[in-house]
Design a protein around this ligand. Structure first.
Ligand code: SF4
Length: 494
């Protein structure tokens, strides 16, 4: 019988077809930039955990991926006799295989037992972690290891990094022994069912749905989607499907096309999207848009930040996953209609925040609206900067007061069928200024890619040539975001 790893069993829990494809057609999997970033994140947190749980420096780190599972299984058996911490200890039982992030020896009376800790890069315990830990503890215990307790360690997002590589306190542990050990029968049933799926010659016949993104984004979505008949006007183009009645109607009737959704269940915005998507005619309430923009005269500023959220903070005074702006672009439209721009980007690898604050205050002047697209993001960044730099607190909060959100104005007064139900600036821009399309950018084309590119650029090993290239890509991308807002503003206001 072939072993199924814990990650394969979790893939089965998400969707049996996913498990089958992971085993038989991995070539069809396409991981998004966000998924790749989350693998990288998990790796960084794992490294820190190994430091924190190995304070006496006597533990051993196994590498089953490099050395192979047979070697890791053998090494684990030897190390279990030594009463020292083991990282990535590998166990197998009943056709399943698991690697434990942390195994710590303890004494229970006269016998030796182990404390197992699973490390997660999230900031709280999620439902699927309970399945994860139930599988893990089942395999380890079935392999004959006396487990005294099972805990999950996750990031504490209130913890502030004091600097100096001191990460004590970054992880918060929760004991889950009871939850993990009370589900033996369930886990046995999962393993048996997953083994059965793995042995099938044909892939299971399953449709795409909400399970394709929960709890993880599935990398087979393009493949599975391409196997299904495509609706001419997909129901997913209806924005913000939140009401219970609408959700239930779509799910219970298995609706794929928005033409089949009754208007009575839609709100004004959804009805407008349906009407103009089906007619193929754009909607533009020019007078309404002009009235909404009238109170905000010139000069006007257009601002966009790029930020990075690091699970393991590297700059003193910052928290796990805190959004740290490392770049901004500002376009300024003067009373006479002259357009100028300023940009800030710090690739030094040092905390960019202080320099960014000074450059931002200089770029945004003293008066005039500051237009952003989806204000909660920029407002949140400015508020955090004000809290971190009290000396500039008042000036930053004055910027905060001047912020005007373009997104709700566009949503209320403009829709083009090519937007396919989305008002992201990347969807709207090609409908008003096709020559400015994001598709024309080379390299960085969205916020996730900007974050990954920035992280690469600040690494010591990144060459000067590569860094220069990343710098150009980031400047082009962020500059296009604010130029796009200027074009939008002009379309609406003039
Ligand atoms: S995309 Fe959806 S249906 Fe296809 S394998 Fe993944 S989870 Fe299953």
């Amino acid at each position: 019988m072939k072993w199924l790893s814990k990650s394969k069993l979790l893939a089965y829990r998400q969707c049996p077809k996913r498990l089958w494809l992971e085993i038989h057609r991995q070539d069809l999997r396409v991981d998004s930039a966000a998924t790749k970033a989350s693998f990288q994140i998990g790796h960084t947190v794992g490294e820190i955990a190994r430091e924190l749980y190995n304070s006496e420096k006597c533990g051993t780190v196994l590498d089953p991926m490099r050395d192979g599972f047979d070697v890791a299984l053998e090494q684990t058996q030897t190390l279990l006799k030594s009463a020292k911490p083991i990282f990535e200890a590998t166990f197998t039982s009943g056709g399943a295989l698991a690697m434990a992030d942390v195994m710590l020896p303890i004494r229970q009376g006269r016998r030796r037992a182990w404390r197992m800790v699973e490390v997660k890069s999230s900031t709280k315990i999620k439902d699927y972690h309970l399945d994860d830990i139930a599988i893990q503890s089942y395999i380890v215990r079935a392999a004959g290891i006396p487990l005294a307790s099972i805990a999950l360690a996750h990031l504490d997002n209130q913890w502030i990094y004091p600097g100096g590589d001191d990460y004590a306190g970054l992880l918060r542990e929760t004991d889950l022994t009871e939850q993990a050990t009370s589900r033996n029968e369930e886990v046995e049933a999962w393993i048996a069912a997953a083994q059965k799926i793995a042995r099938k010659r044909k892939e299971p016949d399953l449709c795409t749905g909400r399970h394709c993104s929960e709890p993880y984004a599935c990398g087979f979505i393009d493949y599975c989607g391409s196997q299904e008949p495509q609706a001419e006007y997909p129901v997913s183009w209806l924005p913000d499907i939140r009401t219970k009645a609408l959700k239930e109607h779509i799910e219970q009737n298995d609706l794929a096309d928005m033409r089949d959704v009754p208007d009575e269940l839609l709100n004004d915005q959804q009805r407008r999207v349906k009407k103009h998507t089906l007619s193929g005619k754009p909607y533009f309430d020019r007078k309404g848009a002009q009235a909404a923009l009238k109170p905000h005269g010139l000069p006007a500023y257009f601002l966009d930040f790029e930020t990075i959220s690091l699970p393991v903070p590297i700059w003193k005074g910052t928290r796990p996953f805190q959004k740290i702006p490392f770049q901004f672009s500002v376009h300024r439209l003067s009373r006479t209609g002259t357009l100028t721009d300023k940009a800030f980007l710090d690739l030094s690898g040092k905390d960019p925040s202080k320099k960014l604050v000074e450059a931002l205050l200089d770029a945004c002047g003293k008066r005039g609206p500051i237009f952003v697209y989806n204000a909660s993001f920029e407002k949140g960044c400015i508020k955090e900067l004000a809290d971190r730099f009290p000396r500039h607190g008042r000036a930053l909060m004055a910027l905060h007061e001047r912020i005007v959100d373009l997104l709700p104005i566009v949503q209320a007064h403009y829709y083009h069928p090519d937007q396919e139900g989305s008002w992201s600036i990347k969807s709207v821009l090609p409908t008003i200024a096709p020559e400015l399309s994001y598709a024309n950018l080379y390299g960085v084309r969205d916020g996730g890619m900007a974050m990954i590119a920035y992280f690469e650029a600040i690494q010591f090993k990144t060459t000067a040539t590569r860094k220069k290239k990343i710098e150009r890509e980031l400047l082009d991308y962020c500059g296009l975001d604010t130029l796009a807002m200027v074009r939008l503003w002009r379309t609406l206001a003039e």
